[in-house]
Design a protein around this ligand. Sequence first.
Ligand SMILES: Cc1cc2nc3c(=O)[nH]c(=O)nc-3n(C[C@H](O)[C@H](O)[C@H](O)COP(=O)(O)OP(=O)(O)OC[C@H]3O[C@@H](n4cnc5c(N)ncnc54)[C@H](O)[C@@H]3O)c2cc1C
Ligand code: SF4
Ligand code: SF4
Length: 1017
Amino acid sequence: MNAPHPYTSQAGDFDSLARRSTEQLAQLTQQLQRHTQGEVLVSQADRGRYATDASIYQCMPLAVLVPRSEDDVVSALGICRELNVPIVPRGGGTSQCGQTVGAGLVIDFSKYLRRVIDLNVEQRTVTVEPGMVLDHLNAQLKSHGLWYPVDVSTSGQATLGGMAGNNSCGSRSIAYGNMVHNVLGADAWLSDGSLLSLGRFDQSQGAARHLGERVQQLALQLQPEIERHWPKVLRRVAGYNLDIFCNQNVRPYTADGSVNLAHLLVGSEGTLALTRSLTLQLSPLPRAKVLGVVNFPDFHSAMDTTQHIVRLGGPHLSAVELVDRTMIDLSLQNPAFAPTIRTALSPHINHGQPAAILLVEFSGESKDPLLPHLRDLVTLMGDLGLPGSVVEMVDDSAQKNLWEVRKAGLNIMMSLRGDGKPVSFIEDCAVPLEHLAEYTDALTEVFARHGTKGTWYAHASVGTLHVRPILDMRRDGAVKMRAIANEASELVRKFKGAYSGEHGDGLCRGEWIRWQFGDKIHDAFGQIKQWMDPIGLYSPSRMIDPPKMDDERLFRFPSSYRVIPIKTALDWSAWNVTADPVTETVSAPGTGGDPAQGFAKAVEMCNNNGHCRKFDAGTMCPSYRVTRDEQHLTRGRANTLRLALSGQLGTSALTDPALWETMDLCVSCKGCKRECPTGVDMAKMKIEFTHQYKQHHGYTLKDQLIAHLPRYAGWASRLAPLLNLRNRWPWLARLTERLTGLSAHRALPAWQAAHAFNTPTPGVDIATVLRAERGVVLFVDTFNGYFESDNARAAYRVLEAAGFTVHVAQRPDQHLCCGRTYLASGMVDQARVQVRQLIDYLLPLAQQGIPIVGLEPSCLLTLRDEALQLGLGESAHEVAQHALLWEEFLDREHQAGRLETLRAQLTPAQAPFLLHGHCHQKAFDLVSPIQRVLALIPQSSTTLIETSCCGMAGSFGYDAKHQDVSMAMAKLSLLPTIDKHPDAWVVADGTSCRHQIDHGSKRQALHVAQVLARHLG
Ligand SMILES: Cc1cc2nc3c(=O)[nH]c(=O)nc-3n(C[C@H](O)[C@H](O)[C@H](O)COP(=O)(O)OP(=O)(O)OC[C@H]3O[C@@H](n4cnc5c(N)ncnc54)[C@H](O)[C@@H]3O)c2cc1C
Ligand code: SF4
Ligand code: SF4
């Protein structure tokens, strides 16, 4: 039973403007609902999901509006003005300094306001709405040979409106500049409701001209101050861009030296105006790139040499990015990345163990003219006393792989378990290159003095190295943060750098604006705010009158943060640890002091970086891809669980129906398990949540039907002809839907009177397989056994043809089952019983090293995943080590040269193959074995469909309530691709995937075992 909630968030009190009575909230809600078509979100859970971004802060907004149109924004603006409710604009919410966190009305531009308004290919300009995501824009520009080159690491989720708000900068800023260098114009609403068109000052008229003249006058008056205080670096994003009239940036803001008033909005973090549209300068897409990876014997020399590399670079130099020793080590420990990082290491430096590497990239129209630059780099390094230090990478795929490793290293760093986390607050100070070595040395000493350390990475070319000391914000983190920030700022001042060089000011660095620029310029910023937003409607208490960075009432994890004790069903002890900030040594599982036995700490791993909002080739997150709702996003779910577990949603913790709504559309695809940088495994969390919820609310008939399927399948199959009538008689299907909630529009899997478990079992007994030279166990799951027994037979035939002695796992008295259906229904205790029986059966075989192969990815992989969290001890691990997917096993045998007998029997392919990977295969990186096994078939060609989840996801898509969402997932790319290839054989190993394909395209997809069996000569 969960304890009453002990924690009440104080956050938001700093902003007296936004303290509103219930009556005013009701007024706001009512008016927004009446006068806009947008989504008005006011529940505690909804507000909580918008109370955080990728910073350490949390502040409950009064309400959230997701506008459907510009008109909605205009109406909301009028309503907020009238009710005096502040507005906090928001894009992807990936800011690291708390820019999007604030009391008031949060307006989320990312869902609907994301169109390209105008594209002019000749002029290389585009006008977009603010919610457009960078990667989505660049995908549209690609066919025109253009791109928008401010390539932030969050390109898959960052919106152009948010990027302009933060004056974002990409890895290639040395070549292209920051956001401010690439914005040509902006239309924006002032808080009085007027729409301002900001562009070239010399062409401006009316209110824009008037504003420009006032700012110009201010800038001219303060020119000596500006020249004295303004950091002379590319990466300065603090404050407002008052220097547009006397540019202090090392790169002119405009190509022709003109002044552009839109630049006043860039970096203003939503405090001056609401952006309606942005006109952007595009660049030709570089056609060719080459990379020189420079290895260094010590970190200092890497930093010291950067200036020389940049000087050498010329116009083709597009990036100089750092990867330090810690990241190299982390990559070497990761089997997926180790081979790639090894290709970057020079044997001539520290015997292949450099202290740091710099990724030096040159880009242009074609490779040949770039090669001399690589040679110059080699010469330079020789001259500097490091001959043999450059690894030359000309091949595109080698370069791409290395860039992936650079990103993954950061992800591994962020996945540190325990309460201490790498905290972003001085992570983007920018210093002139000649001081980079001295600065990084000194800051490393600062960290050591405060009992922590930092890992360095990123943009060496522009003197902005990212570094995050590990701090525990619930304990002494705030004190250390203040002390480190003070010392870091002294260093920045000493080296004439910018304290805020990339990620903006927000709540974290607002107080440093006066420190950076002095009183007069700070007051001038106040004047600009006064001119543009005299009523202080937009994101108040930020640039002007900001809070203290360490005001713990604004923290997501203040010292008063408490977790509600719960007894978990799964074993979460691996998360329940503490980590030493210096050595990163993690304590023993279960010692972290989490009252929720590690579940809360697993949930808190989400740092809100928003990577789950991406739409690229991976899986995560299918429910967001079709709804675009924060609620139906991995981040939204993790935040909701965190709020519930810490009592911030009331006393009912995990049993609140609001939680059910949040978790409902999670299809348990495990996309996040693999793709979330910090490894948030929402599928597993859903099992725990469902268990907790259903313990309280009880199980429905549908739950029982699905969960107990493996138990009743035996006798139900005897009634096959009768039960299958449901698929033929629509009225019966409708009746079933009413009784069970299973959609009448779906055919249910057809029962087989003769199936794998009631026909004579082929294969040998246990004693024989244990003695066999090439023994293997075939685990036939409920679905392939009872509904598609031909798959089990095909799998058997192929194994036998390949020369294996096969034992089919079976008990006369008991159907062996992996417990998957029980887990999906939250019946963890019953799942444990099933898994224990299966493990008991398989253990003697595993102990003798006999491979255990299975057909259904979600069933077999349960043995390698959830089964290890059921408290079943070492035997579960032993079995897991020998559990393989059927094709994974064949691929392994093939790699070892032991599949020649089978190959000799395979006949040429009869059609091309179109492959859809099951989500769990993707999560375990097990799609490539299917491709390699299919490639054994002579003359075969396989095309992998770039899909997320097919939408059926076990029983998810059969639920009448999920029908639409499920089909929408299938229609994203799976069904359209299948339709485009009418002659191909569709290959899909997942039972539910095959059913979804059948339902959506009327094509019969095949398990890979069937495909191989059909090609046996
Ligand atoms: C892991 C990670 C890596 C990152 N890497 C980079 C990087 O390489 N380079 C970089 O510069 N930053 C980086 N960032 C910071 C952040 O991702 C970027 O600043 C990004 O551009 C923010 O985009 P967003 O859509 O999430 O904006 P949000 O965070 O939603 O908003 C950013 C600001 O813009 C304002 N805003 C949004 N929409 C509007 C509007 N319509 N009108 C007025 N104001 C608006 C918001 O109020 C806020 O102040 C990183 C962050 C993370 C978590
Ligand atoms: S769930 Fe993972 S990917 Fe999504 S915001 Fe949280 S940490 Fe990032
Ligand atoms: S398991 Fe899949 S659907 Fe659920 S949150 Fe993770 S990526 Fe999204």
